[in-house]
Design a protein around this ligand. Structure first.
Ligand SMILES: [Fe+2]
Ligand SMILES: [Fe+2]
Length: 383
């Protein structure tokens, strides 16, 4: 490339370099001292010397969470055309049109892209008002949860080390934002009142949001995501809720994040096992127990036993906690057995002819595809 080089003062350039080096040394040393004394200093945990965030590249984390998220990134406009989103690119839109054109009339009728009124009419054909209300009540639990997942993941982004982990958390923030706004529109389309958070959900989510440092990984990616995964897994086969399959796919990736992160940046034995952390973790789980009883009526409306659902959730989240290294006050088998006993005592008192049931062994996820997704994540974590 040919440029018309402009004349500059060599002396001025030399002075600028030396002056910058001097000020740089002073500023960095001053900030370094403040940092060591924990009095402030550089705020960004960014390592400009190595052009990386503090912690290094973490390419494995980046590939598993950021690259994969982008590969699996879905658009509401394509998968739920009846919702008011315009998030597809021009190329994606023309691809969808081409795909629709290549179908026979019969195939097209089957895959018809429903408009909003058609979607609402379909819901009214498929469900009674009571069933719609039950679906909305169950989905609202996770809808409010998505708001917290969005808040917590944004805070966690500032807590993790390395470029790869930040990239992973950035995708989670984006996905939680999408989950919140898409689910909100989907729930609204049912045209029934949307309930507030129950006090159990309120206590649960606030404790997760207030959890300190990387304990947020336990509260959010293990507990909240584990419950979300199970709710999407139990609902995605229902007419009109097919999009829940895509939420389920995202949440399964999120549940694997703490374990993958700690492979690169392990917790100390103290962080894993100290009595206060164990107690705080149990305190976070506890509000989920009365929540299971509270959801019983709505789940029963859809033919789901909320205690089987609860057992399935607790088995999965306690396993995720163990894999990620978050110790609980009791060993896993004893904790699960105690909860199972508690469920049975409650059911014996409230259900006619209840027989002792192993709720913990239940599997509430329905769709084959969803079971395969969970098996893949859990298998990867087990290795
Ligand atoms: Fe989510
Ligand atoms: Fe999530």
């Amino acid at each position: 490339m040919e440029f018309q080089r402009l004349a500059t003062s060599e002396r001025a350039a030399r002075f600028n370099v030396q002056f910058e080096a001097l000020v740089n040394r002073a500023v960095r040393t001053y900030d370094g001292v403040l940092n060591t004394a924990r009095l402030g200093g550089r705020k960004a945990n960014y390592d400009d010397q190595h052009y990386e965030f503090v912690g290094g590249a973490s390419d494995v984390l980046r590939r598993k969470h950021y690259d994969k998220s982008l590969r699996l990134l879905w658009k509401a406009e394509e998968h739920a055309p009846f919702l008011p989103f315009a998030d597809s690119s021009k190329a994606e839109r023309s691809l969808m049109e081409m795909a629709l054109r290549s179908l026979t009339d019969e195939e097209r009728a089957e895959r018809e892209r429903l408009s909003a009124p058609e979607f609402k009419a379909m819901l009214d054909r498929e469900y009674t008002r009571q069933q719609k209300q039950a679906i909305v009540n169950i989905l609202a639990a996770i809808g409010h949860g998505e708001a917290y997942a969005w808040l917590v993941s944004a805070e966690l982004m500032g807590e993790v080390k390395s470029t790869g982990a930040r990239a992973a958390l950035t995708m989670q923030v984006l996905e939680e934002a999408k989950h919140f706004v898409v689910l909100r529109e989907l729930i609204s389309a049912f045209d029934v009142p949307i309930r507030r958070q129950s006090v159990w959900e309120y206590l649960f989510m606030e404790r997760v949001y207030k959890a300190r440092g990387l304990e947020k990984f336990f509260g959010m990616n293990v507990l909240v995501e584990g419950i979300a995964l199970s709710i999407f897994g139990v609902m995605s086969h229902l007419p009109g809720l097919e999009i829940a399959r895509l939420f389920h796919l995202d949440e399964s990736r999120h549940t694997a994040l703490p374990s993958n992160y700690f492979k690169e940046f392990p917790m100390t034995a103290w962080q894993k096992h100290n009595p206060r952390a164990r107690y705080e973790r149990l305190r976070m789980i506890l509000p989920a127990v009365p929540l299971i009883a509270q959801m019983e009526a709505d789940m029963a409306e859809l033919g789901i036993d909320s205690f089987e659902f609860g057992g399935s959730v607790l088995r999965k989240i306690s396993w995720l906690a163990e894999r990620s290294g978050f110790a609980l006050p009791l060993p896993r088998p004893i904790l699960l057995e105690s909860l199972n006993r508690l469920f049975n005592v409650y059911c014996k008192a409230t259900r006619d002819g209840h027989r002792n049931t192993d709720f913990i062994a239940a599997e509430s996820t329905r769709g084959e595809q969803e079971l395969a997704v969970e098996a893949e994540v859990f298998e990867e974590l087990a290795s």
